[in-house]
Design a protein. Structure first.
Length: 302
């Protein structure tokens, strides 16, 4: 048994999947739990497309969070099928599952996720966005009703926006982790490379700053990632759009829209990488990429 330093408490470590319907706050919660931005956040659904690991190490535990794509139950193209397969694979491999729903709401999309939760793993129900519930007394009977839907290890109402709620959730999760030594270095926050994170940051800005139509036909590929001895990162990114009509929409008049996307992405990268970044972005058309399984694999989808 591995003992944590400074006491007789056994060290615990494990993988925790964060699942739920699209746009319920999974990435926001992951970032709060890790204490750093490792997964992109947007008000638009279907932001997360890849399996992302976020790591939080405390004196007596290491939490390895897996941010999964939201279960896709409507469109059946190759991209969404790949995303759902990613979620299923993650659930088969983790020690604990966090199922996020929106506090006070249980939608048809949530209903479709419920039977997909593993029967042989502890599942913690996280009722997110409690700060948005106006009728607070109605939460208690709603939580009781949710507890009848299946056996949950814990039921935790919270707001992923509140740091204190993230700390409280970590304490609740710890006893459900297996006794095990840490799997990552104590200062690790993700298993993803800076190259991957750079592409995800650009994609986040496209989701945040573009209209509803454009982001879902977009993929971001890093074609150049160089670091000078002084620590300056020179990054070249190609943004693939599914339709020719999306290219001018993404660029904007005189390229101004793309300049804003690149500027905000660069600032986020400099904060995350703690160093100077020179970022160049190009927009190109590659029709049908979201429905081409072989192409999706070449673009890094699992």
């Amino acid at each position: 048994m591995n003992e944590a330093s400074g006491g007789g408490t056994a060290f615990r470590a494990g993988f925790i999947a964060v699942v739920g319907r699209p746009n319920v706050g999974k990435s926001t919660l992951i970032n709060a739990l890790v204490g750093a931005k490792v997964s992109i956040v947007s008000a638009k659904p279907q932001t997360t497309r890849h399996r992302v690991l976020g790591v939080r190490t405390e004196a007596d535990a290491q939490y390895v969070f897996v941010d999964t794509p939201g279960f896709q139950t409507r469109h059946r193209n190759a991209l969404n099928q790949t995303m759902n397969r990613t979620v299923a694979n993650v659930l088969a491999e983790v020690d604990l599952v966090l199922w996020l729903v929106e506090a006070g709401r249980f939608t048809e999309a949530d209903e479709r996720v419920l039977p997909l939760l593993p029967k042989d793993k502890p599942v913690v129900l996280v009722a997110n966005k409690v700060d948005l519930v106006r009728d607070k007394p109605s939460l208690l009977p709603w939580l009781a009703e949710m507890g009848q839907r299946r056996e949950f290890a814990e039921i935790v109402p919270l707001s992923a926006q509140e740091d204190r709620d993230a700390v409280r959730l970590l304490a609740i999760l710890r006893p459900w982790l297996p006794e095990a030594p840490p799997m990552f270095e104590a200062d690790a926050i993700t298993d993803r490379s800076e190259r991957f994170l750079a592409a995800e940051i650009v994609r986040e800005k496209i989701f945040r700053l573009s209209g509803d139509e454009v982001p879902y036909g977009v993929n971001v590929a890093v074609e150049k990632f160089e670091q000078t001895p002084e620590g300056v990162r020179r990054i070249g990114v190609v943004i693939w759009v599914d339709r020719a009509a999306h290219k001018p929409m993404l660029l904007g008049k005189g390229g101004e829209h793309m300049k804003r996307i690149a500027s905000e992405a660069r600032q986020d990268m400099e904060r995350l990488f703690d160093g100077k970044v020179f970022l160049q972005c190009w927009v190109k058309v590659k029709q049908g990429w979201a429905d081409n399984a072989a192409l999706l694999q070449s673009l890094g989808y699992e």
